[in-house]
Write a protein that binds this ligand. Structure first.
Ligand code: UDP
Length: 236
């Protein structure tokens, strides 16, 4: 059961490493694919944006002498690698998934347009939008906010390794408590970290709520889609 018709799921590149220090864990990919296949089977339309931090981050390259723009382009290509890996895992799980890219690179994937994404989602395909925004100096958080708004998703589901937004970093402060719900303004006022500010502002200004939840626990995506109160809802 789903309370949504269309969602945008953001997965971090880092979480795809699992217990490894670099690259892709097939275990995590298969676990995610199974959760995504299960929710897509309920009829909810699913768009996905994946990060690239498990392979390369533009900013970290700068300290090692890389040009920022080239580093960011390398990071965007890393998200394409992750997207293809997830597409493969989804297909192995028996789901239908397509990769659209923000940078032209057929035959790896068709160029992203809103129309193409909607056409595929309405025909029952899971659509993975790869290559970030296609521009340097942005992040995949911003790409997920942008694509979420563009495809008219009702919610941006941020699947991470933490189970929501806390009053403070729960790893550093044992008294930190989790919000079930919080407004964009309150997140900003308290300087809490949900997404980078570009992504955050994009969601706030376009009234796209965010649900932060723990994607590493099997079954959680299904619960979020059913409207169960796990994670934290951020909204206006
Ligand atoms: N990136 C970019 N433009 C975008 C999205 C991503 O330049 O629109 C680059 C940027 O260098 C970033 C890298 O791709 O460091 C990986 O993306 P991100 O850091 O968002 O991945 P995550 O941290 O979620 O794994």
């Amino acid at each position: 059961m789903s309370i949504y018709k269309r969602v945008l799921l953001k997965l971090s590149g880092e979480s795809l490493m699992g217990a490894q220090k670099y690259g892709l864990s097939t275990e995590v990919l298969n676990q995610y694919a199974e959760q995504i296949r299960t929710v897509a089977a309920t009829g909810v339309q699913v768009g996905i944006v994946i990060g690239g931090g498990n392979i390369f981050r533009g900013l970290s390259g700068v300290s090692r002498g890389f040009d920022r723009v080239k580093g960011d382009q390398m990071g965007m290509l890393a998200t394409v690698i992750n997207s293809l890996a997830l597409q493969g895992a989804l297909e192995s799980a028996g789901a239908r998934a397509r990769v659209l890219t923000s940078i032209r690179m057929e035959p790896v994937g068709e160029l992203y347009t809103k129309a193409k994404a909607l056409e595929l989602m309405e025909a029952g395909w899971i659509v993975i939008i790869a290559g970030g925004t296609g521009n340097p100096y942005f992040t995949t958080d911003t790409a997920s906010a942008l694509r979420g708004v563009e495809i008219e998703a009702e919610v941006l589901l941020k699947g991470t390794r933490v189970d929501g937004v806390y009053t403070a970093d729960p790893e550093k402060d044992p008294t930190a408590t989790k919000f079930a719900e919080i407004t964009f303004d309150e997140v900003y006022r308290r300087r809490l970290k949900v997404m980078d500010l570009t992504a955050f502002t994009m969601c706030k200004e376009n009234d796209l709520p965010i649900v932060v939840f723990d994607m590493d626990t099997p079954g959680n995506l299904q619960k979020v889609i059913a409207g169960e109160p796990i994670g934290t809802v951020v909204k206006n």
